[in-house]
Design a protein around this ligand. Structure first.
Ligand SMILES: [Cu+2]
Length: 315
């Protein structure tokens, strides 16, 4: 929306920034004042000029003053922060509903019509509520441009909401150290105009591709994106937390199974086991226990799409 150039990224920007400026301003003011007074006293009362120690009697008026003023300032800071935080914790009933699932080490966003993505898409100018789910450890969803950050704790319900005021793409981070590849838990939120969002929302071309070779690859890519596989695996042969998909199909791997080394050939059965029971046979050289089972998530159909995709990477 070109005409709306003064719009803020989200409805919380003004309030959070005002609180930040207030607290930072007060801190800076006192830093300067205290430093000036301190330096003045050091020079004024240095030992060479004042060999006798100066003794100051207490001053009730001063003590009341420097208790009351900071108390008022701190209450003011609290009031500012509180009034900015309260609306963040009260999502409007009509908000558009999305669920965010965090796990080591990616975010997945699930929409009510079943769409799942690794990038958050939202419409501009409409309240959006995101329910937060953590699958393994504590994560924290952080959207700096929207001034939003909230912990995602396993077993605990929580949500965030916002109304994006401006189209664009903004960073989304995990702000809670959650393990080895925490720093890769980075994605973005794409704010689209209403019509564009609506057509994106109903677009299923990525989910049901044509059955051509390109389509097969696209379907496989869509599955890896949907489940955040690319946080730990690549399609170009480079090693991350786990092995790459490239050149995987048909290769013979040395795996550790029940503490013993054994050779397996990568076929449909092995890929199935690797996704449904990932720690049963871990390729030698990789760490056991880092991947969770996707048994209740990856469907048989998606498994087939993945296998086709892995095969296509050998060509
Ligand atoms: Cu995390």
């Amino acid at each position: 929306m070109g005409e709306n150039t003064t719009a803020k990224a989200s409805n919380f920007v003004d309030q959070v920034d005002a609180t930040f400026v207030l607290i930072f301003g007060v801190a800076l003011f006192f830093l300067i004042i205290i430093t000036i007074v301190m330096v003045y006293f050091i020079i004024r009362y240095r030992k060479s000029k004042s060999p006798e120690a100066t003794h100051i009697e207490g001053s009730t008026a001063l003590e009341i003053l420097w208790t009351v003023i900071p108390t008022i300032i701190v209450i003011l800071m609290f009031q500012y922060g509180w009034s900015g935080w309260r609306p963040q914790s009260k999502p409007p009933a009509e908000a558009f509903q999305i669920k965010s699932i965090a796990r080591m080490w990616s975010f997945v966003f699930q929409y009510e019509n079943g769409r799942m993505t690794d990038t958050l898409y939202v419409p501009v100018g409409k309240p959006v509520k995101i329910d937060l789910v953590a699958q393994d450890v504590i994560h924290s969803i952080y959207i700096p441009a929207f001034r939003i950050k909230k912990d995602m704790v396993p077993g605990k319900k929580g949500n965030i909401w916002f109304e994006a005021g401006k189209e664009g793409e903004y960073d989304v981070f995990c702000a809670e150290y959650c393990g080895l590849r925490h720093s890769y838990m980075k994605t973005s939120v794409v704010v689209l105009p209403k019509e564009k969002f609506d057509s994106w929302y109903v677009d299923t071309s990525l989910v049901v591709p044509p059955s051509a070779e390109a389509g097969k690859r696209l379907a496989g890519v869509a599955v890896t994106r949907k489940y955040g596989c690319n946080a730990c695996h690549t399609s170009d042969g480079s090693k991350l937390v786990g092995p790459s998909y490239k050149g995987l199909w048909g290769r013979t791997h040395l795996v550790i199974s029940n503490g013993e080394e054994r050779e397996v050939t990568v076929d449909s059965a092995y890929i199935r086991r690797s996704i449904y029971d990932p720690n049963a046979e871990v390729v030698k050289g990789y760490t056991t226990g880092l991947m969770l089972s996707y048994k209740d998530q990856v469907t048989e159909e998606e498994l087939g799409q993945l296998i086709e995709y892995f095969k296509s990477l050998n060509n």
